[in-house]
Design a protein around this ligand. Structure first.
Ligand SMILES: [Zn+2]
Ligand SMILES: [Zn+2]
Length: 403
């Protein structure tokens, strides 16, 4: 064994001590090495443990568009490999896409209700995922309405009708299969009834009180962990009863009435109606959380900025002093029996889609799908442009053995 000088031993000792010190981000011990811990989440770089849930906020904002914050969307990834989108609100798909998860893994969508800030970006997931590698239909779970025309099946049927031109023109060159959407409707009045149960994951719904009949909240259970995804609601008895003992409880907490007047331009009458009747005010949110006592509470559904954050936090803290995140977009919660770790996500603005393991379905054979373009339109192609691109096209065809 090599002998170590006293000086060397001291150096070794101080190195070991430095290595076990707990600074944020760890201790960088080499100018040419790697940093041990950057206390942020880089998507796609961490395996998910079998008994773990990874929750990601892809939208936490409001119906009015804002570049900094999309409308409601939660991605839940569980240790068995299943992934679930809870709501896919307007603008949220840019954040989902930045996670660079193959679209085949993003085929299950659960809708709390049919306001655009909760399903407006279904169009982006539907068509964008279709062009970028999804090989199978989307599956949507959502509540029935008090009448047929207020339910999820009606909404999706007419969604597809309104995007008929989109689908028919894509069908000509792409397999139609990934452009289909299957809908599973369930009774919004059912209390804690199972709406999904597979591979060790159970998802139940409870009614919500928001704007009209139909909205629900979801409760997901996996590996002995319970995650409650609250949709828009005034605090209600069903959430209080069935969100008890949640590991993580998400519930909306809306802007305060003064901030709705100040920032959103609402009249005082409108502000108090929207902020304390149709939605949940910060003190009411706090009361919910101090009653159900989750291991960790998450509040969302407000534009989270300096001017609003402190007002909401103050309101929540009048009634709740437990663990809390006032969420914004692109945050991650790693949930296990041992710990709930909250971090920000660092992801690229210019993310490409990533292929999954499944081969894309074959495009339709020529002649089997009606050509959506007539000869009249085709005859308008400008010949000099054809000529200009011919060398590039010919080379590409030759390189790829295309006719
Ligand atoms: Zn709503
Ligand atoms: Zn909403």
């Amino acid at each position: 064994m090599k002998s170590i000088s006293k000086h060397g031993l001291l150096l070794l000792l101080s190195f070991c001590l430095a290595g076990t010190a707990s600074a944020a981000g760890g201790v960088v011990t080499s100018p040419t090495g790697i940093a041990p811990d950057r206390y942020v989440y880089y998507p796609g770089t961490e395996e998910l443990n079998k008994d773990e849930i990874r929750l990601i906020s892809c939208g936490t904002g409001l119906p009015a568009a804002r570049r900094d914050q999309a409308a409601t969307c939660w991605l839940v990834e569980v240790g068995n490999g299943d992934k679930f989108l809870f709501d896919v609100g307007t603008g949220s798909m840019v954040n989902v896409a930045a996670l660079m998860i193959p679209y085949d893994f993003l085929d299950k969508v659960f809708l709390t209700h049919l306001h655009t800030d909760h399903w407006g970006d279904l169009s982006t997931l539907w068509a964008g995922g279709w062009t970028a590698g999804r090989t199978k239909p989307l599956q949507v779970w959502g509540p029935k309405g008090a009448t047929d025309d207020m339910g999820t099946a009606y909404a999706v049927e007419h969604f597809l009708k309104s995007f008929n031109w989109d689908a028919k023109t894509r069908n000509f060159i792409l397999s139609a299969e990934p452009g289909k959407i299957s809908v599973q409707e369930f009774d919004y009045k059912a209390v804690n009834a199972v709406v999904y149960q597979e591979n060790g994951v159970t998802i139940r719904s409870v009614p919500a009180i928001h704007a009209g009949d139909g909205p629900v909240s979801f409760i997901l259970e996996y590996a002995g962990l319970k995650l409650v995804v609250g949709g828009d609601t005034f605090p209600n008895k069903w959430y209080i009863e069935h969100a008890k003992n949640a590991d993580v409880a998400i519930h909306e907490t809306f802007l305060t009435p003064p901030d709705l007047v100040k920032f959103y331009g609402q009249s005082p009458g409108q502000a108090v109606l929207v902020g304390t009747f149709i939605h949940t005010s910060p003190p009411a949110f706090g009361k919910v959380m101090s009653t159900i006592k989750p291991r960790h509470a998450i509040g969302y559904h407000f534009f989270n900025e300096k001017g609003t954050h402190d007002d909401i936090l103050q309101g929540v803290r009048t009634t709740y002093d437990g663990p809390l995140t006032l969420a914004t977009d692109n945050m991650v919660w790693n949930i296990t029996k041992d710990a709930i770790v909250v971090r920000d996500i660092v992801s690229p603005d210019q993310a490409w889609s990533v292929n999954g393991p499944n081969k894309p379905p074959a495009p339709p054979a020529r002649g089997t799908v009606p050509d959506p373009m007539t000869d009249f339109i085709k005859a308008g192609r400008w010949a000099p442009a054809e000529k200009a691109q011919a060398p590039m096209v010919n080379k590409f065809k030759k390189d790829n053995n295309l006719k």
